[in-house]
Design a protein around this ligand. Structure first.
Ligand code: AHR
Length: 512
């Protein structure tokens, strides 16, 4: 198969926002406890932070981390997680049917973010709580001192304010699984009142309202419209969530599914801009794709999601990612990059153990899952200006199965290009990075890219992620089964770049 690509230095989409490369830490299973925090582990520092995990996080390169949930936040009392650890209550967490020991909370998270070199993104509880609680948490976190709550933070040992800039107004409030689900009208009202109070305390913060918890929600579209009607003047972002699946065991459809993320993004942009148009407003609501990943094996049925007996940090949502998951995941990275003009923030859900690129054994080692690699490529090499690309590739037709509750929803996807691609130009390094996914399962794709406006290009580095076995996984005992290898044979002739992309492969080519 052959594909032709045209790229021009003068035709760009947008600069990638550093927050596009975020991730997510929820009090869920072993993400926090036994994941990034494990006092007594041989690799833990004096605060209980696992240094081996921190090292992998730094290598992965997320820029901002959303916390503390997720579904968890809709029942969370933030006060439970601050102050002397011995006084903190154990509570039932109804999101994941677990016992929350509260030995890790807001201040520990801030310290962990500093250790990892990432920005914190906080979510407030708009489920069981509301605007008043949101303003209290913000005062605790961001107000310098001289009030009850800011002085409480200081008394707890954090003299300086945490200065959290990015806040999520609740989580998935459209979902019946959420504690205190709301209608769009109810949520829109509460979100805009919370936003008002929060910005009166700290006008420098940025706020994201909850969009639909997936594109296949029955209320998708009207939800965004109503929520933004209420909150348009008070928020900067609307959120999107997507978990790609291969329930149908249909690899071509699975690999095409990131194209539905493209549609989802473009649809949310259209709705947000329609709300702006009704107001004759020049303001543009940006998108925060604050949960995205592949997730299905441990998702639909309760087995694996909930362990009986209210355990602490149960092994739930421990999805083991294989080679084909990494390909679909890479496709999602390309979808995000190619919408850098409107998607200004995004969080890989999640970071450690629970649907995560990093796995640990409690008391044991930490290792990289297959999806670690495309994310690392995107976060480390995707900084700069995303260029427009004209891709001329053979295509295929498929139907993606995306169940919702008991409904079997199917989405036809037509003219899926075998080649999915994004190109980022880094001005400072004078370097172009091509991220290319070959979705053909049996054919090598000869890619010929015309790269206009750049002189004297040479291959700086090229690598590929592939494995003959699409089911191959990395485990504690064989952590390097799926790892990137050099991509040989990239040729440059003037402005032409030629490469042969192996069947079912993720490829990264850097030219300078
Ligand atoms: O990331 C796992 C869960 O998925 C989150 O808690 C929730 O927001 C979503 O449904």
């Amino acid at each position: 198969k052959e594909a032709k690509v045209t790229i021009d230095r003068d035709f760009s989409i947008a600069e990638t926002d550093p927050r596009l490369f975020g991730a997510f830490v929820e009090h869920l299973g072993r993400c926090v406890y036994g994941g990034l925090y494990e006092p007594g582990h041989p690799n833990a520092d004096e605060r209980g932070f696992r240094k081996d995990v921190l090292e992998l996080v730094r290598e992965l390169g997320p820029t901002i981390i959303r916390y503390p949930g997720g579904n968890f936040v809709s029942g969370y009392n933030w006060e439970d997680g601050v102050g002397p650890v011995e006084n903190r209550p154990r509570r039932l967490d109804l999101a994941w049917m677990s016992t929350e020991p509260n030995t890790f909370g807001t201040n520990e998270f801030m310290d962990w973010c500093r250790a990892a070199g990432v920005e914190p993104m906080m979510a407030v509880n708009l489920g069981t709580r509301g605007p008043d609680d949101a303003r209290r948490l913000l005062e605790y976190c961001n107000f310098p001192g001289g009030t009850e709550l800011s002085d409480l933070r200081r008394a707890h040992g954090w003299e300086k304010p945490h200065n959290v800039k990015f806040w999520c107004l609740g989580n998935e409030m459209d979902g019946p699984w959420q504690m205190e689900t709301k209608t769009a009208w109810e949520y829109g009202r509460i979100a805009s009142e919370a936003a008002k109070l929060m910005k009166w305390i700290d006008p420098t913060i940025e706020l994201a309202a909850c969009g639909s918890s997936s594109r296949n929600m029955p209320t998708f579209g009207t939800w965004e419209d109503t929520v933004l009607d209420h909150s348009f003047d008070h928020v900067e972002y609307i959120s999107l969530h997507t978990y790609l699946n291969n329930y149908a065991d249909d690899t071509p459809a699975f690999l095409a599914s990131p194209d539905l993320m493209d549609s989802f993004i473009e649809e949310v942009v259209a709705i947000a801009d329609a709300v702006a148009a009704r107001r004759r407003s020049a303001k543009r609501i940006m998108l925060s794709f604050d949960e995205w990943n592949v997730w299905y094996r441990t998702r639909r049925k309760n087995e694996g999601r909930v362990k009986l007996g209210w355990p602490v940090a149960p092994q739930i949502l421990e999805e083991i990612y294989n080679m084909q998951d990494a390909l679909a995941f890479g496709g999602a990275c390309i979808s995000l990059l190619n919408h850098a003009d409107r998607v200004k923030s995004a969080c890989l859900a999640q970071l450690v153990n629970a649907i995560a690129p990093i796995m640990t054994e409690t008391g044991g080692p930490a290792w990289r899952q297959t999806i670690f690699y495309p994310f690392k490529d995107m976060s480390t090499l995707g900084r700069g200006t995303v260029l427009q690309t004209k891709v001329n590739s053979p295509t295929y037709e498929t139907t993606y199965y995306d169940p919702r509750g008991t409904s079997d929803l199917r989405f036809p996807i037509s003219e899926v290009p075998y080649l999915k691609l994004s190109v980022v130009y880094n001005h400072d390094e004078n370097c172009i990075t091509i991220f290319a996914l070959n979705r053909s399962l049996d054919a090598t794709l000869s890619m010929e890219a015309l790269v206009r406006g750049f002189e004297g290009l040479a291959v700086k580095e090229a690598h590929q992620l592939r494995n003959d076995d699409l089911m191959a996984v990395n485990t504690k005992d064989s952590p390097d089964t799926v790892t990137p290898a050099p991509l040989e044979g990239v040729e440059i002739w003037g402005e032409q770049v030629r490469a042969k992309l192996a069947p079912a492969s993720w490829n990264v080519i850097r030219l300078a």
